[in-house]
Ligand binder design. Structure first.
Ligand code: 1PR
Length: 550
């Protein structure tokens, strides 16, 4: 099999890139020292997280000169995400650290006045400006395809500017900002998006680059609806995983977090078994899920951390599922079965190495946020959120919130942030606050969701997975009041979760709230609707979605 060299100079999920490269028929050899760079026939530089951190790592390890020489020798070079950003002169993200300087421009942070930052999700990479359809595509990029982006900084696109120096540019639009989605010139190709996480569309791009097929004549002009620019509505399938009473690892699903079968009178029966985690993740990928989330809801308490069954699930899933994978449950400092202390960062590292793109932190985030306030809103420095986001970037850290409604007769009867609700409480209360819980809803805290999300954003979380215990498993639609309230408080993206029972609930949450993504579980597991049906429904409603490509 032909070989491609991959430079593993930063932390992150490189396993998925290796899987993607192997899937398109190449083998990977690692560049282990600067001297290896010149041996490469094809070189890929991935990168995720912080520009300054990545560039300093490259510089300190002595890679900058050899990479520049390699590029000058006109050998095929591909940069991914920060690997694209490295081609530029510098970035606002870290003014002190220079890039490779092939493009004399600076990367800028997206404006967060009218949209969430980071930019997370599926967007275009169109080789012609203003949504026109180009006759030729570079390296398999197609105007009807969408690609997975996750970044806060981008190269602003100014029409004709880069083209003057011979670059072909594919652009994407986020809000009213147009930026460079991919770029090519001679032997150089780079994408701001992650092709290894962009389904079949991304695999096609990797293959075209590795095969050296720069131009592809497109046979047909795709319908205008498919070439619309902008971030698509993200639909996520979530799998709650735990061991059942027989010791098998199963996908389960609770009603208001109770995962045991009910016998008609009381709960307490067997753990609901809805299927096998790896098979179900693949099924949802093939139905067009934009992301898959695994929540380990029992944390496998008696098992050594390195043998955690979720690691194997991730490894196997990442071989066939080429969209982002999130893993939650048990991300906290812990003591292993042999007494060794293991940090949350070590646990996250194991997950990233096994194919996860993001980790989701629940209980530990609540405890850390409480401490943040106890210290007068100062950062603590060693919490899971802070250490993982410092090492892997804030886009890799999701905070999963498990709130429960607490009804009150008036805002003055509690110190917590309340909302006026249209669903009044059992005694006709017109107000409620959202209480944070930990340990899967088992323990309520004297702490509200507004306090939590503001704190975790400040601590470095990149996204909020917003569940709602009252709505979980009810099939009655999302808690729109909660979602609207949380969106007002923070700039990072929010994933609406809990309550989806029909495709119309997804349309409703996208139309009535500014949510960035919506997640469903039970309705997919019970095969009441497929992810594809949800997306078809959204499209009929005029909402932009990514089409699944075979
Ligand atoms: O606290 O960091 O160990 O993380 C534990 C994680 O496990 C948290 O993310 C918490 O939400 C989750 N979890 C714990 N117990 C349960 C349970 O169900 N007993 N599941 C649980 C949470 C909620 C959603 C669900 C949506 C959509 N599941 O993820 O998938 O509510 O469901 P629906 O569409 O069927 O309504 P830590």
């Amino acid at each position: 099999m032909p070989t491609v060299h991959l430079l593993d100079y930063v932390a992150g999920n490189v396993r998925s890139l290796v899987n993607a490269i192997e899937k398109v028929g190449y083998t990977v050899e690692w560049v282990k020292s600067p001297a290896d760079v010149s041996k490469a026939e094809k070189l890929i530089i991935p990168g995720v997280g912080h520009f300054g951190h990545c560039m300093s790592q490259l510089a300190n390890a002595g890679y900058v000169g050899p990479i520049q020489e390699y590029i000058k020798a006109r050998k095929p070079f591909m940069g991914i995400c920060v690997g694209l950003q490295a081609l530029f002169e510098g970035s606002e993200e870290d003014a002190l650290v220079p890039g490779l300087g092939l493009i004399p421009e600076q990367l800028k942070k997206f404006r967060d006045t009218d949209k969430s930052v980071p930019h997370i999700g599926w967007n275009s990479a169109n080789t012609s400006a203003q949504g026109e359809v180009s006759e030729n595509s570079i390296y398999g990029l197609r105007p009807s395809s969408k690609y997975y982006y996750v970044h806060s900084y981008a190269a602003p696109y100014r029409e004709g500017q880069l083209e003057k120096s011979g670059w072909t540019v594919a652009t994407a639009r986020y809000g009213d900002e147009e930026f460079v989605g991919a770029i090519a010139k001679d032997n150089i190709f780079a994408t701001q998006f992650h092709p290894e996480k962009s389904g079949a569309a991304g695999l096609r791009v990797i293959k075209a680059f590795l095969d050296g097929k720069r131009l592809e004549k497109l046979e047909e002009t795709p319908p205008a609806a498919l070439t619309r620019e902008g971030l698509t509505r993200r639909v996520i399938a979530c799998l709650d995983v735990r061991t059942n009473d027989q010791g098998d690892l199963v996908v389960t699903k609770g009603d208001q977090y109770d995962v045991r079968e009910k016998d008609g009178v009381s709960s307490g029966g067997a753990v609901r078994n809805l299927g096998k985690p790896v098979d179900m993740a693949k099924k949802y990928y093939e139905q067009g899920a934009d992301e898959v989330t695994f929540l380990n809801i029992t944390s496998f308490r008696n098992c050594p951390v390195a043998d955690t069954p979720m690691l194997e699930i991730l490894r196997r899933t990442s071989e066939t599922v080429f969209v982002p994978l999130t893993i939650g449950g048990g991300i906290r400092d812990t003591v292993d079965t042999d007494g060794t202390k293991i940090s949350a960062l070590d646990i996250a590292t194991m997950y990233f190495k096994s194919g996860a793109d993001k980790v989701s932190i629940g209980s530990d985030a609540v405890i850390a946020a409480e401490e943040f306030y106890a210290r007068g809103k100062t950062l603590i420095g060693n919490t899971a959120i802070e250490t993982i986001s410092a090492a892997y970037g804030n886009q890799a850290v999701v905070v999963s919130v498990d709130p429960r409604r607490v009804y009150v007769s008036s805002p003055s009867s509690t110190s917590h942030h309340t909302i006026k609700t249209s669903t009044s409480g059992p005694n006709g209360e017109e107000y409620c606050w959202y209480q944070c819980t930990i340990k899967g809803g088992r323990e309520g805290r004297d702490f509200d969701v507004r306090q939590l999300v503001v704190a975790v954003e400040a601590m470095g979380a990149g996204e909020i997975l917003l569940n709602c215990i009252d709505k979980d498993g009810t099939n009655s639609g999302f808690d729109l009041e909660l979602i609207n309230d949380v969106k007002k408080a923070i700039k990072i993206p929010v994933i609406a979760s809990s309550g989806a029972g029909h495709p119309k609930h997804f349309a409703e949450v996208f139309e009535k709230t500014p949510t960035d993504a919506a997640l469903g579980a039970g309705m997919f597991h019970r095969a009441e609707y497929t992810v594809r049906q949800v997306k078809e429904y959204l499209q009929e409603e005029g909402l932009l979605v990514r089409q699944f490509e075979e």
